[in-house]
Ligand binder design. Structure first.
Ligand SMILES: [Zn+2]
Length: 195
Protein backbone atom coordinates (compact mmCIF):
# COMPACT_ATOMS: atom_id res chain seq x y z
CA UNK A 1 0.00 0.00 0.00
CA UNK A 2 1.40 3.40 -0.86
CA UNK A 3 1.82 5.47 2.22
CA UNK A 4 -0.53 8.27 1.29
CA UNK A 5 -3.27 6.34 -0.50
CA UNK A 6 -6.50 7.49 1.14
CA UNK A 7 -8.54 4.87 -0.69
CA UNK A 8 -6.13 2.16 0.35
CA UNK A 9 -6.46 3.24 3.95
CA UNK A 10 -10.26 3.29 3.74
CA UNK A 11 -10.15 -0.29 2.45
CA UNK A 12 -7.93 -1.32 5.33
CA UNK A 13 -10.31 0.24 7.83
CA UNK A 14 -13.25 -1.50 6.16
CA UNK A 15 -11.41 -4.79 6.34
CA UNK A 16 -10.60 -4.24 10.02
CA UNK A 17 -14.26 -3.39 10.76
CA UNK A 18 -15.39 -6.58 9.03
CA UNK A 19 -12.89 -8.71 10.91
CA UNK A 20 -13.69 -7.14 14.29
CA UNK A 21 -17.37 -7.73 13.57
CA UNK A 22 -16.65 -11.41 13.00
CA UNK A 23 -14.79 -11.62 16.30
CA UNK A 24 -11.15 -11.51 15.16
CA UNK A 25 -8.51 -11.10 17.86
CA UNK A 26 -6.05 -8.23 17.91
CA UNK A 27 -3.10 -10.46 16.98
CA UNK A 28 -4.89 -11.60 13.86
CA UNK A 29 -5.91 -8.03 12.96
CA UNK A 30 -2.32 -6.86 13.22
CA UNK A 31 -1.20 -9.60 10.86
CA UNK A 32 -4.03 -9.17 8.36
CA UNK A 33 -4.57 -5.42 8.23
CA UNK A 34 -2.02 -2.72 7.50
CA UNK A 35 -3.04 -0.34 10.27
CA UNK A 36 -1.11 0.54 13.39
CA UNK A 37 -1.81 -1.33 16.59
CA UNK A 38 -3.06 1.91 18.17
CA UNK A 39 -5.59 2.49 15.40
CA UNK A 40 -6.76 -1.09 15.56
CA UNK A 41 -7.27 -0.83 19.31
CA UNK A 42 -9.20 2.44 18.86
CA UNK A 43 -11.36 0.88 16.17
CA UNK A 44 -11.98 -2.16 18.33
CA UNK A 45 -13.06 -0.03 21.28
CA UNK A 46 -15.35 2.06 19.12
CA UNK A 47 -17.06 -0.97 17.64
CA UNK A 48 -17.21 -3.22 20.67
CA UNK A 49 -17.25 -0.72 23.49
CA UNK A 50 -14.47 -2.61 25.27
CA UNK A 51 -10.73 -3.10 24.89
CA UNK A 52 -9.62 -6.12 22.86
CA UNK A 53 -8.92 -9.19 25.00
CA UNK A 54 -5.24 -9.78 25.66
CA UNK A 55 -3.45 -12.89 24.53
CA UNK A 56 -4.54 -15.81 22.43
CA UNK A 57 -6.24 -18.83 23.90
CA UNK A 58 -4.03 -21.88 23.92
CA UNK A 59 -5.27 -24.10 21.14
CA UNK A 60 -4.47 -27.62 20.16
CA UNK A 61 -5.78 -29.67 17.26
CA UNK A 62 -7.65 -31.86 19.76
CA UNK A 63 -10.41 -29.29 20.23
CA UNK A 64 -11.49 -29.85 16.62
CA UNK A 65 -11.93 -33.57 17.18
CA UNK A 66 -14.63 -33.50 19.84
CA UNK A 67 -18.05 -34.45 18.56
CA UNK A 68 -19.93 -31.17 18.11
CA UNK A 69 -16.79 -29.14 17.38
CA UNK A 70 -15.85 -31.58 14.64
CA UNK A 71 -19.23 -31.20 12.94
CA UNK A 72 -18.97 -27.41 12.98
CA UNK A 73 -15.30 -27.37 12.02
CA UNK A 74 -15.89 -29.73 9.12
CA UNK A 75 -18.81 -27.66 7.88
CA UNK A 76 -16.75 -24.48 8.01
CA UNK A 77 -13.70 -26.02 6.37
CA UNK A 78 -15.72 -27.49 3.51
CA UNK A 79 -17.15 -24.05 2.79
CA UNK A 80 -13.68 -22.51 3.05
CA UNK A 81 -12.22 -25.02 0.57
CA UNK A 82 -15.11 -24.31 -1.78
CA UNK A 83 -14.31 -20.59 -1.63
CA UNK A 84 -10.64 -21.24 -2.41
CA UNK A 85 -11.01 -23.93 -5.06
CA UNK A 86 -14.29 -23.18 -6.80
CA UNK A 87 -15.04 -19.54 -6.13
CA UNK A 88 -11.37 -18.70 -6.71
CA UNK A 89 -11.02 -16.48 -3.68
CA UNK A 90 -7.68 -15.74 -2.06
CA UNK A 91 -7.18 -16.78 1.54
CA UNK A 92 -8.39 -13.82 3.58
CA UNK A 93 -11.60 -13.13 1.59
CA UNK A 94 -12.26 -16.88 1.55
CA UNK A 95 -11.89 -16.98 5.32
CA UNK A 96 -14.22 -14.02 5.84
CA UNK A 97 -16.90 -15.27 3.44
CA UNK A 98 -16.72 -18.85 4.62
CA UNK A 99 -17.00 -17.82 8.27
CA UNK A 100 -19.94 -15.54 7.56
CA UNK A 101 -21.70 -18.25 5.59
CA UNK A 102 -21.01 -20.86 8.25
CA UNK A 103 -22.44 -18.73 11.07
CA UNK A 104 -25.45 -17.65 9.00
CA UNK A 105 -26.15 -21.26 8.16
CA UNK A 106 -25.99 -22.38 11.79
CA UNK A 107 -28.08 -19.46 13.06
CA UNK A 108 -30.72 -19.90 10.37
CA UNK A 109 -31.31 -23.37 11.78
CA UNK A 110 -31.51 -22.17 15.33
CA UNK A 111 -28.16 -23.67 16.23
CA UNK A 112 -25.33 -22.29 18.31
CA UNK A 113 -22.18 -21.07 16.56
CA UNK A 114 -19.65 -23.41 18.14
CA UNK A 115 -16.64 -22.45 16.05
CA UNK A 116 -15.60 -18.87 16.77
CA UNK A 117 -13.60 -16.84 14.27
CA UNK A 118 -10.29 -17.27 16.06
CA UNK A 119 -10.71 -21.02 16.15
CA UNK A 120 -11.68 -21.04 12.46
CA UNK A 121 -8.61 -19.02 11.57
CA UNK A 122 -6.38 -21.19 13.75
CA UNK A 123 -7.78 -24.28 12.07
CA UNK A 124 -6.88 -22.92 8.62
CA UNK A 125 -3.31 -22.48 9.86
CA UNK A 126 -3.30 -26.04 11.24
CA UNK A 127 -4.28 -27.26 7.78
CA UNK A 128 -1.63 -25.09 6.15
CA UNK A 129 1.05 -26.47 8.45
CA UNK A 130 -0.09 -30.01 7.75
CA UNK A 131 -1.38 -30.79 11.23
CA UNK A 132 -4.95 -31.42 10.10
CA UNK A 133 -6.44 -33.09 7.05
CA UNK A 134 -9.87 -33.78 5.56
CA UNK A 135 -10.80 -37.45 5.74
CA UNK A 136 -13.61 -38.97 3.70
CA UNK A 137 -16.16 -40.95 5.68
CA UNK A 138 -16.42 -44.48 4.35
CA UNK A 139 -20.14 -44.57 5.19
CA UNK A 140 -21.63 -41.20 4.18
CA UNK A 141 -18.88 -39.90 1.89
CA UNK A 142 -18.66 -36.55 3.72
CA UNK A 143 -15.34 -34.81 4.29
CA UNK A 144 -14.42 -34.28 7.93
CA UNK A 145 -11.62 -32.60 9.83
CA UNK A 146 -9.16 -35.16 11.17
CA UNK A 147 -5.61 -35.29 12.51
CA UNK A 148 -3.07 -35.28 9.70
CA UNK A 149 -1.47 -38.61 8.88
CA UNK A 150 -4.32 -40.56 10.45
CA UNK A 151 -5.14 -43.65 8.47
CA UNK A 152 -7.81 -42.65 5.94
CA UNK A 153 -8.91 -46.20 5.20
CA UNK A 154 -12.21 -47.13 6.77
CA UNK A 155 -12.60 -43.71 8.41
CA UNK A 156 -16.07 -43.21 9.93
CA UNK A 157 -17.20 -39.67 10.77
CA UNK A 158 -18.72 -38.31 13.99
CA UNK A 159 -22.17 -38.14 12.40
CA UNK A 160 -22.19 -41.78 11.37
CA UNK A 161 -20.74 -42.87 14.68
CA UNK A 162 -21.78 -40.34 17.33
CA UNK A 163 -20.68 -40.96 20.91
CA UNK A 164 -23.46 -42.31 23.13
CA UNK A 165 -23.41 -39.16 25.25
CA UNK A 166 -24.50 -37.13 22.20
CA UNK A 167 -27.97 -38.49 22.93
CA UNK A 168 -31.08 -38.65 20.84
CA UNK A 169 -32.27 -35.16 21.66
CA UNK A 170 -29.53 -33.59 19.62
CA UNK A 171 -29.82 -35.78 16.62
CA UNK A 172 -32.37 -33.84 14.55
CA UNK A 173 -30.31 -30.66 14.76
CA UNK A 174 -27.21 -32.49 13.59
CA UNK A 175 -29.08 -33.88 10.62
CA UNK A 176 -30.22 -30.37 9.78
CA UNK A 177 -26.64 -29.16 9.80
CA UNK A 178 -25.68 -32.09 7.64
CA UNK A 179 -28.37 -31.42 5.07
CA UNK A 180 -27.42 -27.79 5.21
CA UNK A 181 -24.13 -28.35 3.53
CA UNK A 182 -21.63 -30.55 5.28
CA UNK A 183 -21.84 -33.25 2.67
CA UNK A 184 -22.46 -31.00 -0.28
CA UNK A 185 -21.37 -27.42 -0.05
CA UNK A 186 -22.86 -26.10 -3.25
CA UNK A 187 -26.52 -25.89 -2.07
CA UNK A 188 -25.46 -23.74 0.87
CA UNK A 189 -24.18 -21.16 -1.52
CA UNK A 190 -27.62 -20.57 -2.98
CA UNK A 191 -28.92 -19.20 0.29
CA UNK A 192 -29.68 -15.53 0.21
CA UNK A 193 -26.89 -14.61 -2.19
CA UNK A 194 -24.58 -14.23 0.75
CA UNK A 195 -21.43 -14.74 -1.30
ZN1 LIG B 1 -20.16 -40.32 7.85
Amino acid sequence: MTRKSVLGEVRQVQLAVQLIGLGARLQFLEAAVQLSRERLIRLYKELKGVSPPKGLLPFSTDWYMTWLANIHSSMFYNIYRFMLDEADESELPALIKAYRLYSEQVESQGGEVVLDFTRAETMVRFFDSDMLQLSTCSRCGGHFVAHAHDNKNGYVCVLCRPPSRAGKARKPKVLEVRRGGLISVAPVLDIGGAV
